[in-house]
Design a protein around this ligand. Structure first.
Ligand code: TGC
Ligand code: FAD
Length: 427
């Protein structure tokens, strides 16, 4: 009776055309005093940090800033509302050199300085944390381990393709029962002839559903952590999306299920073993997050400032009220401190002396700063601040993920706590 069900294939069902992201809108119609002009973005730089930037860093920053204003800001609200990653932007990321920007050109990178890399992340996250996530994961969590720990064959196969956006990567460390303490990971790698068999379940893997290759961290039979480059089309790999999230709605986040997945020994990252493999990648990604979060904060501050100058209540602009000015001053004060932190962190990284604990302090401070700025900016916007008429609530919801991933606020507190006391709170 229900025989037709056996031939049902949702992928060939006629689908309604998606709304045009540039025009479709269900936000309230803005009044004259509710204008927010992203093209008028006037980034806070209270202590003239621009004067400290090299010509290279300034040029890169300006290029990415223009790209975000022209290609990201006009579309991102609609993609986030629909819970869709704007996949067409990947080729633009590649064209602008945003995928693995610090790697040398021979492997498709741009050879950029660490300050320029930070500024790229800042500008991308001014657009959306999810887009910065895509580029962070590609550069810091996929290309970096291949570059640092991979064989020549692995580098040649994956790095140029990842830099060109022709291959997409993801990073599998977290599991359903193992988050803050990856030392307890359950995923297993068992020797099998001249290869390996992987079994396990990774969760919260950014990009995985659309990835070609997953960097999977697993324990071998001696309980040693090892990294593997697993093509996602291998038998036994499933990458279902997690699509009910209120945060990072314009990004892809997924599970990675590994059920008896066979890989050759050539898929193992040969130059690293132990937890320092994945943790060293996290240091690279956390560095980018330190800068990225301040991009989101700058977008929220600028939106709130424009609104405070334009919106009139009680016979004049709300920005004339002392309570509104205090909010804006608190924002610019905390953003300025975070910018100084980033600049110094960047110079330490460039000199090769940056310590992971210094990254933890900045990650902890800057995520919290950005969240506080976003929440305060939302208040300045009044009722319309909860809609997509302004970018602030999207940033605020995104930052709830950013404060959690790459080490939660508490984890970074305890990393710095151990550094300043010499006492380990994790054991
Ligand atoms: P511990 O004994 O401290 O260290 C083990 C080995 O690793 C070295 N190490 C690091 N190396 C480089 N960078 C770091 N940040 C490092 N931290 C530790 C360490 O020197 C040691 O080396 P060796 O040679 O002596 O073996 O390890 P532990 O198990 O006690 O670690 C404790 C703790 C809590 C700090 C660590 O587990 C941790 O950081 N947990 C947080 C987990 C986390 O951040 N997960 C992130 C998953 S990926 C993600 O969220 C991507 S989001 C992507 C996006 O969309 O942007
Ligand atoms: P838990 O570790 O269970 O922590 C729950 C709470 O307990 C937190 O508040 C935490 O701070 C607190 N807590 C834990 N231990 C302590 C302690 N010792 N002292 C005090 N408090 C403590 N992971 C990947 O591997 N790859 C990815 O690409 C990736 N992308 C992500 C994308 C998104 C959108 C999100 C939300 C997560 C992503 N993650 C990814 C996972 C992320 O790194 C973890 O969510 C994070 O490390 C925290 O782990 P958990 O969620 O299991 O929380």
């Amino acid at each position: 009776m229900f025989a037709f069900l056996s031939s049902f294939d949702a992928t060939v069902m006629p689908q309604p055309a998606p709304p045009d992201p540039k025009t479709a809108s269900s936000s309230p119609t803005p009044s004259a005093s509710e204008t927010w002009d992203p093209a008028a973005f006037d980034p806070p730089d209270f202590y003239d940090l621009d004067a400290l930037l090299s010509d290279e860093a300034t040029a890169v920053r300006d290029r990415v800033r223009a790209f975000v204003t022209e290609e990201v800001v006009p579309i991102i609200e609609k993609y986030a509302q629909r819970g869709e990653f704007p996949r067409h932007l990947i080729s633009s990321f590649a064209e602008h050199g945003l995928l693995g920007p610090t790697l040398p050109p021979e492997y498709g990178g741009e050879g950029h300085s660490n300050i320029a890399y930070g500024l790229i992340m800042q500008e991308l996250e001014r657009g959306d944390s999810g887009l910065r996530s895509f580029c962070s994961v590609t550069g810091a969590l996929v290309m970096y381990p291949i570059w640092q720990y991979g064989s020549d064959a692995q580098k040649e196969r994956w790095l140029p393709a990842l830099a060109r956006g022709e291959a997409i990567g993801c990073f599998g460390l977290t599991e359903p029962d193992v988050g803050s303490n990856p030392a307890e990971m359950q995923t297993r790698a068992r020797r099998d002839g001249d290869g390996w068999v992987l079994d396990g379940h990774k969760r919260w893997s950014t990009n995985a559903t659309i990835a070609d290759v997953a960097v999977i961290w697993a324990k071998d039979e001696d309980d040693t952590v090892r990294g593997f480059l697993v093509e996602t089309d291998r038998d036994g790999v499933e990458t279902p999306p997690i699509d009910d999230s209120w945060s990072l709605r314009a990004a892809v986040t997924s599970e990675v299920v590994l059920d008896g997945v066979r890989v050759p020994d050539a898929a193992r990252l040969p130059e690293v073993s132990g937890l320092k493999g994945p943790l060293s990648c996290l240091t690279q990604a956390r560095y980018g997050i330190c800068w990225g979060t301040i991009g989101a904060a700058m977008a929220c501050f600028d939106t709130a400032r424009q609104h405070a100058q334009n919106r009139e209540q009680f016979g004049g602009p709300i920005g004339r009220f002392q309570l509104m000015q205090e909010r804006l001053v608190d924002m610019v004060q905390e953003i300025t401190k975070a910018q100084l932190l980033n600049w110094r962190l960047g110079t330490l990284k460039e000199a090769g002396t940056m310590r992971p604990q210094q990254v933890s302090l900045a990650k902890r401070n800057n995520c919290q700063t950005a969240l506080d700025v976003a929440r305060s900016a939302r208040q300045v916007l009044g009722g319309n601040g909860v809609t997509s008429m302004y970018p602030v609530m999207r940033h605020m919801n995104n930052l709830e993920s950013v404060v959690t991933y790459e080490g939660t606020h508490e984890v970074h507190t305890l990393i710095v706590g151990e550094d300043v006391t010499g006492l380990n709170a994790f054991t």
